[in-house]
Design a protein around this ligand. Structure first.
Ligand code: NAP
Length: 448
């Protein structure tokens, strides 16, 4: 039986689930090469999931088993598809290609002042504290008193919580030591989280909101006037049990009142950002208008503004792209251009359905992708790729690409655990890409 050769681009949740499901569900023997542009695997699980959410991150144990225990599955880290190997080459070397490249861009607010220093997409902040190799370790200094986070999704809560956690709580995570030190030096005492609609339409989940009530150093403030519901909001709560549960937690927070803690997070609803004001090129205030009555405005002093208004997919070289949804158009996960299906090319995860859902949502999404792929390759008369894993290795080597394979990644992984032990922590992430590559090479492992 011919070997089925598949390339998966991206080792985040949807890429890792795709690799796992391909090996489980394929009737013919399968080889899966998972390409990753970073020297470390797992994408948003490693670099996006909040550091104080180790239970969500523990899914990496099951993803690691795919790379470690499944013959034919390889990790090719530090390889940029589109630069180191083209889509046409991919299609020549594999029977099928699955893009699981996520949504790496940000949405903007489209208001004056967004280019002021101190105004950031939340992704930049998340990447910084997550030790993402593309983020400059010096990008945030956390000088200021009040931070404002625009948007009421789970990412907004992650970012706000990180600003509130104590040093002890941060030291229990894997964030790099210099990031812990930056948070330790933070002078921020208040975070204001701004929802443009009423509290009934908050997008974050109840569990994540309740976590805030457990952050020991922080009071949670909601103005009871913000909880007065209009008929539309009431109807929404009546129709959506999850929203209703969250709304009762808001009441619980109001009833709890202030506990005299030295930091506070304040939720405001029905407020839209209108303008960011600056002093000497840096943000110093934000003007908000009541969404239901824009003539009512207020100005809050702030030294850090994070736009947490959703991520955005990025067009991929050689593939169609929908500029409205920022996703790659598809029919049942098969990439679909104006002229029909792009043969042998599939998508999974956020590049397919947009930036929604939790990590586990990607399993269902990847299953749909793998089902379509396996259906196509089992069609009678299909000609298999004559290429081999060695051919791909030769191509990358001829271009001087330093592939971080699984063994090399494990060396980086071990170095992070050792770095943690040296400072009494479980793990400390390496932040710098060059250092990660040095560590992998220094151990004589297979970094080509
Ligand atoms: P999200 O859930 O889509 O939230 C985006 C927020 O931005 C919404 O409140 C939205 O308000 C607001 N917004 C959009 N445009 C705006 C504008 N121009 N002005 C003001 N507000 C604006 O996105 P996310 O927080 O980035 O999360 C992405 C996905 O990851 C979600 O599915 C989330 O649940 C998931 N996630 C899960 C966890 C977890 O499970 N712990 C953690 C992080 C992320 P409207 O509703 O009015 O549009």
């Amino acid at each position: 039986m011919a070997v089925l050769r598949v390339a998966v681009i991206g080792s985040g949740p949807s890429g890792s689930y795709s690799a796992q499901l391909l090996t489980e569900d394929s009737e013919s023997p399968v080889e899966v090469d998972v390409f990753e542009r970073l020297p470390a695997p797992f994408g948003l699980v490693r670099y996006g999931v909040a550091p104080d959410h180790p239970r969500i991150k523990s899914i990496t144990t099951s993803f690691a088993e795919v790379f470690e225990e499944t013959p034919g599955v390889r990790f090719l880290g530090n390889v940029m598809v589109g630069r180191d190997i083209t889509l046409d080459e991919m299609r020549a070397h594999y029977d099928a290609v699955v893009f699981a490249t996520g949504a790496p861009l940000d949405r903007s607010l489209g208001i004056p002042g967004e280019d002021l220093a101190g105004v950031h997409a939340v992704r930049e902040f998340v990447s910084w504290y997550g030790g993402h190799p593309d983020s400059d370790p010096q990008s945030f200094t956390l000088d200021g008193l009040r931070a404002v986070v625009i948007g009421v999704g789970n990412v907004a809560l992650d970012a706000a919580r990180m600003l509130m956690l104590s040093v002890e709580e941060l030291r229990a995570t894997d964030v790099p030591e210099h990031i812990v030190n930056a948070f330790a030096a933070s002078s921020f005492r208040e975070v204001v989280i701004v929802g443009r609609r009423g509290p009934a339409f908050a997008k974050f989940t109840n569990k994540e909101f309740l976590e805030f009530l457990d952050v020991e150093s922080c009071d949670v403030i909601i103005d009871p006037a913000d909880l007065e519901l209009n008929p539309e909001e009431q109807a929404h709560l009546d129709a959506d049990p999850a929203a209703k549960r969250l709304f009762s937690s808001f009441r619980k927070a109001v009833d709890r009142g202030l506990l005299g803690r030295d930091r506070r997070v304040r939720f405001v609803f029905d407020r839209s950002p209108v303008e960011l004001l600056g002093t000497d090129g840096a943000v110093s205030a934000i003007r908000l208008a009541q969404t239901s009555d824009p003539s009512v405005t207020e100005t809050l002093d702030t030294q850090l503004v994070l736009r947490s208004v959703g991520y955005r997919g990025k067009a991929l070289d050689g593939l169609p792209f929908d500029e409205t949804t920022h996703t790659v158009p598809h029919v049942e996960s098969r990439v679909h251009g104006g002229d029909g299906v792009v043969d042998g090319v599939y998508i999974a995860g956020w590049i397919k359905r947009g930036p929604t859902g939790v990590v586990g949502t990607n399993r269902r999404c990847a299953l749909d992708t793998v089902t379509s792929l396996l259906e196509d390759v089992s069609a009678p008369g299909r000609v298999s790729s004559a290429s081999t894993a060695a051919d791909v290795d030769d191509l990358l080597e001829s271009r001087g690409v330093h592939v971080v394979d699984w063994a090399a990644w494990k060396t980086i992984d071990a170095a992070e655990v050792a770095a943690g032990e040296s400072v009494g922590r479980e793990r400390v992430k390496l932040h710098d890409r060059a250092e990660m590559l040095r560590v992998a090479r220094g151990n004589g492992l297979d970094v080509r």
